[in-house]
Design a protein around this ligand. Sequence first.
Ligand code: ZN
Length: 107
Amino acid sequence: MSSTLLRLGLWIILAVVALYVLHETYAGTAVAAYFSMATLQKALVIGGVLVVAGLVTSVFGKGAKAVSKNRCVVCKTPIPPGAIYCRAHLRRVLQVEDDRAHMTHSR
Ligand SMILES: [Zn+2]
């Protein structure tokens, strides 16, 4: 999706550049009237917007992927980045850890 937007935007910019060259080559002739500078500028803006949209969606796609990858080791619940367990399992692990420490201490 994002790569398609990027490619489309780049193709439009390429087409605008090509048309601009044609415009300059045939300046003053009837051909130049077909591609007015206003039309070329509009097409260039559309191409630029498409490229930016493609870049933004690809960045957001990567971000969403990184977030969805981080899940609780036990129950696969999505959790914030950097965490290993969900809230419930983190508490359980800490409890087990606490009990163990308590047992070794009292021994
Ligand atoms: Zn969990």
